[in-house]
Ligand binder design. Structure first.
Ligand code: NAD
Length: 244
């Protein structure tokens, strides 16, 4: 049994996690906290803390977990560069499982995207399109950013230079060294991601569509069980699933 605390428990993902924990025999839920609750006590009660709150919470939570020697599963997205650096700093003290997406299907999409980019190479133009519900705060989604990072790595491009976030106005012809990233918002869409590989006379599209949040919740709980007792370090869902 892994004793877990859920941070952000009243949110959309928090509620999905509570429901998933209820039916997960290998997990014991010891605390569920949201804004205004006693975070320190909740961290101390757990072996592994799962964060699905907001990006501004994660860095101080990671520090708190490091002080108490608790593993941390990070589900929040949209961190600033400074926050990312602060969070990553804790990897020398505790296991951090950090993934923009905990679904098995999306992690398979990550793997397929890398393979397709390696096979097709620079002759194919690559674009990432994501769609999420109207309440989503950050854009593009963390998953779309991860997909763009994978494409940049496989195609040996620097993402800071290659990324084109939406296009507007007189953009000129598309170059072969750009990665388009497009965020669509509306309704109650849980999360759709498509990677397009457009070549001469043919096009491949890899699409994942999440129809509910269960997949993320079950993946995060699986990551928590996996993280318990691991040496300190920075891990991803790819490690949890044995893809790396
Ligand atoms: P949400 O807005 O529904 O929930 C966030 C919750 O965090 C709210 O209940 C809010 O009150 C709470 N919160 C705010 N400040 C807090 C604090 N200081 N301490 C504790 N709780 C606090 O958002 P959501 O849709 O549930 O998404 C949460 C996060 O998870 C977002 O960053 C989202 O992008 C991310 N997400 C990640 C995955 C994944 O697989 N990694 C999947 C879905 C969503």
């Amino acid at each position: 049994m892994t004793r877990v605390t859920i941070v952000g428990s009243r949110g959309r993902m928090g509620r999905a996690l509570l429901a998933a924990a209820d039916t997960a025999p290998e997990v014991e839920l010891v605390a569920a906290v949201d804004a205004g609750d006693d975070l320190a006590a909740a961290v101390d009660a757990a072996e592994v803390v799962i964060d699905f709150s907001v990006h501004t919470v994660t860095a101080s939570l990671a520090d708190r977990c490091a002080q108490s020697a608790k593993a941390l599963v990070i589900g929040t997205t949209g961190h600033t560069e400074t926050e990312r650096t602060q969070i990553a700093h804790c990897q020398s003290r505790i296991p951090l499982v950090w993934s923009a997406n905990f679904s098995t299907g999306v992690n398979t999409l990550f793997w397929l995207t890398r393979k397709a980019a390696e096979i097709l190479g620079p002759a194919f133009d690559v674009e990432v399109v994501e769609m999420h519900h109207r309440h989503k705060q950050d854009a593009p989604s963390g998953t779309a950013k991860t997909l763009a990072e994978i494409l940049a790595e496989a195609l040996r491009l620097r993402l800071e230079e290659a990324a084109r976030h939406g296009r507007h106005g007189f953009t000129g012809e598309r170059t072969t060294t750009e990665i388009g990233v497009h965020a669509v918002r509306g309704g109650d869409v849980v999360g759709d991601h498509t990677v397009i590989f457009a070549g001469r006379g043919e096009r491949i599209e890899l699409t994942h569509r999440a129809s509910n949040r269960e997949t993320f919740a079950h993946g995060a709980l699986r990551a928590a069980v996996w993280a318990q007792g691991r040496p300190p370090g920075l891990y991803s869902m790819q490690d949890v699933l044995g893809f790396s």
